[in-house]
Write a protein that binds this ligand. Structure first.
Ligand code: 26V
Length: 817
C-alpha cells in the first residue's frame, strides 16, 4: 500500500458542510432534521477536529522519525476553558465554519453554548498550565502535557442564602468530542506491598513487590499551535481497575468486596482536589500524584527505542514539575533506572538531576507540601527508600562543605522530624532539579532569600526566574474581538504571536479618534457582559458605572476582605450623611470567587460579600451609585466576558504573598487599570506601564516584615482611622445580617485581633488610592489614554515570552520548525 499522507477535509465551506453532515450521520447517527443541539455541537466539534488530525499525525510522525529534545510538562491541573473557539482560531477555520453553519441554518452561538468547559484545575496554577501548552504549540516546541483526567473537575458553585454551596461538576456526562481514549496504551501503576533485596548474578539489588495495582488509561487531546500547523498532545490519565483484579473478583466469588475494591481503584481519578486551604495528608491525593507522575514518566520512557542509551536521556526530555504535585516522579524515575534498567545509582542520579526542573508557585509556608513518612512507606515503600538515600547523599555533600553544622543539616534535610517525620517535597524537588524557578521577579527573589536560602547558597546558579504570562489568543483575540480588530486596524497583523508589537499602540494613545474607538470597544464589552449577566444571574450592569472587578480564588491573603471594607466605607459615608450620594462616582463591584469547601473563613467572607451586596443593592439611598454583584461559579468562560469589560482590576494581596497572579496581566492587556500592592507580577506591570498609569497602595514586602517585627496590633489601626472604625462597627452591628451580630462576629474579631494578612494596616492607604481612582475616572479621556498605554506596554506578559524564557534559561530545546 502506498503511504498516502493523511489529508483533512477540503478547506472550503462546502468541504466543511459535507464533513459536518458526515459526522452528524455517522458519529451521532442522526439526520440534520432530527438532530438536537448536542448532536450538532458534537458533529461540529468533530469536524474541527478532523481538520486538525492530519497535522497532528504528521507532527507526531516527524517527532518519531527525527526526534529532538522535548518538554514533558507534568501538571496535576489544566484549567482549559472551552475548546471549540480556540481550535477554530488555531486552525484558521472560524470564517469557513461560521458560513458553513449558516448554510445549514444553524446558529453557531448555540453550538458554542453547548460546550461544558473542562474545569480540571483550581485557579492560577491550572490556568497557567493551559496557557503554557498553548504557547508551546504556537512556538512549535515538541511537548506533551501530562495530567489527570478527573471525572469531576472543580465544583460548581451556587449560593443559598448568600452562602456557598458546592455541586459536582460532571463535565463528562455527555462525553467530550475532543478526547481520544487509548485503552490499548494503558499502563499498570502499582502501590503498597514491600521491598526486598535479592542477588542479581552477584550484584545485590532492591526490588519492589507491590500490593495492588490500577490501570492508567491515557486520553489524548489535540493542542494546536496558532496558525502554524503544529499540534502537540495533552495526555490525561484515567484510573481503571486492572484485569487481574477483575479475575480475582471472578474467582473469589466475593462480589461485593470486589466491587468495593474496584471503586477504590477508580476513585483515583474521580475528583479534583478543591482544597487549597489545608494541604492535608490525604492519602487519595498522594495516590493521584504518584498515579499520574509514574504513568507519564513510564509513558515517555516506553516510546524510546529498545537500544536507547539512557545516559543521553537529558538530551531528549525535560520533565517540568508544575509545583510539587508531580515530585514523587523523582524517586520513581530513580527506581526505574536503578531497579529496572539496572543502572548504577550514581549514573541514574546524574541523569535524573538533569531531567527535572521545578517551578515553585507559592510563598506561603503552609502551602509547601509535605508527606508523612508513614503514609509514603505504606503506599510507596521503594520510593521512600530512594528518597532516604537521596537525602543521605545530599546531606553528606552538605557536611562535606560546611562540616557538622547540625542546625544547617536539620534545616536542609529533605526529611523533617517535626511535628511528624515527613518528606518536604519542595526540598526534594530542589535537590533533584537542574533548575528551580519562581513565577515573578519578586517571587523568585523571595524564594531565594526567604524560602530556600540555604539551597540557593549551596547550588549557585540553580535558581532562576520566569515571570508568568497568559495566552493572547484566548485572553485577547477570543475574549475581546472588538479590541483585537481595533489593534489590527492600527498596527496590522502579527501582534498575536509577537505581543511586544503592542508597543506600536503607544502613539495611538495620543490620537483622539483612536481613544474614542477604544472607549467604544470597552463600552460594547460592558453591554455584552450585561447581556451575559442578565441571562446567567439576573444582574444588570448600569451605564456610566466604573466597573471594578475582583475575580480570583477566595483566599485571606488575596484580601477580598479589604475590598469589602472599601465598599462598606463608601456605603456608610452616604448613609451616615457624611457624603452626598450624588457626589460619589457610580461604581459596580463585581466579584467572582470559589472558596475551598473546607475553608471556613473564606466561606464566611463569601457570605459577607453577598450580605453586603443584598443590603447595598436594595438601599434607595445609594441607588444608581453603588452596586455589588457576586457572580457564582466564576470560571474560564466567565473570565473571558468579565475581563474585557472591566475598568479597574483589583490586585490587592498583602505584599510578599501572591507569587505572581495572572489575572492581573489579563486585565491590563484588556485595558483595565490596576489598583494593586507591590506584590507578585504587579511589580513588573507597574514598572512597564509607569507609575502614572497604575494605582499603587499599601506596604511593600520589607515594610510588612518590619511591621511584623515591631509587633502588629490591628486594633491600633482600627482606633486610628474613623472610616475604618465605622465600617467595621457597621458590620459588627448586624446591619448586613438582619440585626444578628453573631453572624459575622468571627470575621470582625479575626480582623481586630489576628489579621494575619494585615488588612487593617493597608486600609487607609487603599481608601486614599481609591479616591484617586474616582478622580481619575471623572476624566474619561485621560482614563482611556492610560488604559491604552496599559495595553501597549504589557506585551511582555504573553505566555509566548514565558515559554521563550523557559527555553533559554531551563529547557534548552532547539526549535523544530
Ligand atoms: C495552596 C495552599 C495550600 C494550603 C494553604 C494555602 C494555600 C494557598 C495557595 C495554594 C496554591 C499554591 C499553588 C498555586 O496555585 N499558586 C499560584 O500559581 C499561580 C501561577 O503561577 C500564581 O499566579 C499565583 O500567584 C499562585 O498563588
Amino acid at each position: 500500500l502506498a503511504l498516502a499522507p493523511v489529508t483533512g477535509p477540503a478547506s472550503s465551506v462546502d468541504g466543511f458542510v459535507r464533513q459536518f453532515l458526515r459526522n452528524l450521520n455517522h458519529e451521532r447517527g442522526v439526520a440534520l432534521s432530527a438532530s438536537n443541539d448536542a448532536d450538532r455541537y458534537f458533529a461540529f466539534a468533530l469536524t474541527v477536529r478532523d481538520y486538525l488530525m492530519a497535522r497532528w499525525l504528521e507532527d507526531l510522525r516527524r517527532q518519531r522519525e527525527k526526534p529532538s529534545k522535548g518538554v514533558a510538562y507534568l501538571s496535576a491541573e489544566y484549567l482549559l476553558g472551552r475548546q471549540l473557539d480556540n481550535n477554530l482560531l488555531a486552525s484558521g477555520l472560524t470564517d469557513i465554519a461560521t458560513e458553513a453553519m449558516a448554510a445549514c441554518g444553524i446558529d453557531i452561538d448555540e453550538l458554542r453554548a453547548q460546550e461544558v468547559e473542562p474545569g480540571l484545575g483550581n485557579g492560577g496554577l491550572g490556568r497557567l498550565a493551559a496557557c503554557f501548552i498553548d504557547s508551546l504549540a504556537t512556538l512549535a516546541v515538541p511537548n506533551t502535557g501530562y495530567g489527570i483526567r478527573y471525572e469531576y473537575g472543580i465544583f460548581r458553585q451556587t449560593f443559598e442564602g448568600g452562602q456557598q454551596v458546592e455541586q459536582p461538576d460532571a463535565w463528562l456526562t455527555l462525553g467530550s468530542p475532543w478526547e481520544f481514549p487509548h485503552p490499548e496504551a494503558s499502563r499498570r501503576i502499582s502501590f503498597g506491598g514491600h521491598t526486598e533485596t535479592y542477588d542479581d548474578e552477584g550484584t545485590p539489588r532492591s526490588r519492589w513487590v507491590p500490593g495492588w495495582h490500577v490501570q492508567a488509561v491515557p486520553y489524548n487531546y489535540l493542542v494546536p499551535g496558532y496558525l502554524n500547523g503544529w499540534v502537540n498532545t495533552l495526555r490525561l490519565w484515567s484510573a481503571k481497575a486492572t484485569d487481574s483484579f477483575d479475575l480475582r473478583v471472578f474467582n473469589s466469588g466475593d462480589y461485593e468486596e470486589a466491587v468495593r475494591a474496584q471503586t477504590y481503584a477508580e476513585n483515583i481519578s474521580k475528583v479534583l482536589y478543591p482544597e487549597d486551604s489545608t494541604p492535608q495528608g490525604k492519602e487519595l491525593r498522594l495516590q493521584q500524584q504518584y498515579f499520574f507522575a509514574a504513568a507519564s514518566i513510564g509513558d515517555f520512557l516506553e516510546q524510546l527505542p529498545d537500544d536507547f542509551d539512557l545516559t543521553t536521556l537529558p538530551d531528549r526530555i525535560i520533565f517540568q514539575l508544575n509545583d510539587t504535585h508531580p515530585v514523587i516522579g523523582v524517586p520513581e524515575l530513580m527506581r526505574v533506572l536503578v531497579d529496572e534498567k539496572k543502572l548504577e545509582w550514581d549514573a541514574a542520579w546524574a541523569i535524573t538531576q538533569k531531567c527535572f526542573a521545578y517551578t515553585c508557585h507559592t510563598l506561603l509556608p503552609e502551602a509547601l507540601e509535605v508527606w508523612s513518612v508513614d503514609l509514603l512507606g505504606r503506599l510507596l515503600p521503594r520510593q521512600l527508600e530512594i528518597i532516604y538515600r537521596i537525602n543521605e547523599e545530599f546531606l553528606d555533600e552538605v557536611r562535606e562543605r560546611y562540616g557538622d553544622d547540625e542546625m544547617r543539616i536539620r534545616n536542609m534535610s529533605i526529611i523533617s522530624e517535626f511535628p511528624d517525620r515527613s518528606v518536604r517535597m519542595a526540598y526534594l524537588a530542589t535537590v533533584a532539579s537542574s533548575k528551580v524557578n519562581g513565577v515573578a521577579k519578586l517571587h523568585s527573589q523571595l524564594l531565594r532569600e526567604k524560602v530556600l536560602p540555604d539551597f540557593n547558597e549551596f547550588y549557585p546558579g540553580k535558581f532562576t526566574n520566569v515571570t508568568n504570562g497568559v495566552t493572547p489568543r484566548r485572553f485577547i483575540r477570543l475574549a475581546n474581538p472588538g479590541l483585537s480588530d481595533l489593534i489590527t486596524e492600527a498596527i496590522g497583523t502579527g501582534w498575536l504571536t509577537d505581543l511586544e508589537r503592542l508597543r506600536e499602540l503607544e502613539t495611538y494613545a495620543e490620537n483622539p479618534d483612536f481613544r474614542a474607538a477604544f472607549a467604544e470597544v470597552k463600552a460594547a464589552n460592558k453591554r455584552r457582559l450585561d447581556r451575559v449577566m442578565r441571562d446567567r444571574d439576573g444582574f444588570e450592569i448600569s451605564d456610566g458605572h466604573l466597573l471594578d472587578a475582583m475575580v480570583k480564588r477566595l483566599h485571606e491573603y488575596k484580601r477580598q476582605m479589604l475590598k469589602v471594607l472599601h465598599i462598606v466605607t463608601e456605603y456608610e459615608r452616604v448613609v451616615s450623611g457624611r457624603v452626598a450620594a450624588s457626589d460619589i462616582q457610580p461604581r459596580t463591584f463585581i466579584f467572582g470567587a470559589k472558596a475551598a469547601p473546607g475553608y471556613v473563613m473564606a466561606k464566611r467572607i463569601i457570605h459577607l460579600i453577598n450580605a453586603v451586596g443584598e443590603v447595598v443593592n436594595a438601599d434607595p439611598r445609594v441607588e444608581g451609585r453603588l452596586k455589588v454583584l457576586f457572580t457564582p461559579n466564576y470560571n474560564v468562560t466567565l473570565a473571558e466576558r468579565v475581563i474585557p469589560a472591566a475598568d479597574l482590576s483589583e490586585q490587592i494581596s498583602l505584599a510578599g504573598k501572591e507569587a505572581s497572579g495572572t489575572g492581573n496581566m489579563k486585565f491590563a492587556l484588556n485595558g483595565a487599570l490596576t489598583i494593586g500592592t507591590d506584590d507578585g507580577a504587579n511589580v513588573e506591570i507597574r514598572e512597564l506601564v509607569g507609575d502614572e498609569n497604575f494605582f499603587l497602595f499599601g506596604m511593600s514586602e520589607p515594610e510588612v516584615e518590619a511591621l511584623w517585627a515591631r509587633g502588629y496590633k490591628p486594633a491600633e489601626f482600627y482606633q486610628a482611622d474613623e472610616n475604618l472604625r465605622r465600617a467595621i462597627d457597621l458590620i459588627a452591628s448586624g446591619a448586613f445580617s438582619g440585626g444578628d451580630k453573631s453572624v459575622f462576629e468571627p470575621i470582625v474579631s479575626n480582623l481586630l485581633y489576628d489579621d494575619r494578612f494585615m488588612v487593617l494596616a493597608d486600609y487607609s492607604s487603599y481608601i486614599a488610592e481609591q479616591a484617586k481612582v474616582d478622580a481619575a475616572y471623572a476624566d474619561q479621556d485621560a482614563w482611556t489614554h492610560a488604559a491604552i498605554l496599559n495595553v501597549a506596554r504589557c506585551g511582555f506578559f504573553s505566555s509566548d515570552r514565558s515559554i521563550r524564557d523557559y527555553i533559554a534559561r531551563i529547557w534548552h530545546t532547539p526549535p523544530v520548525l
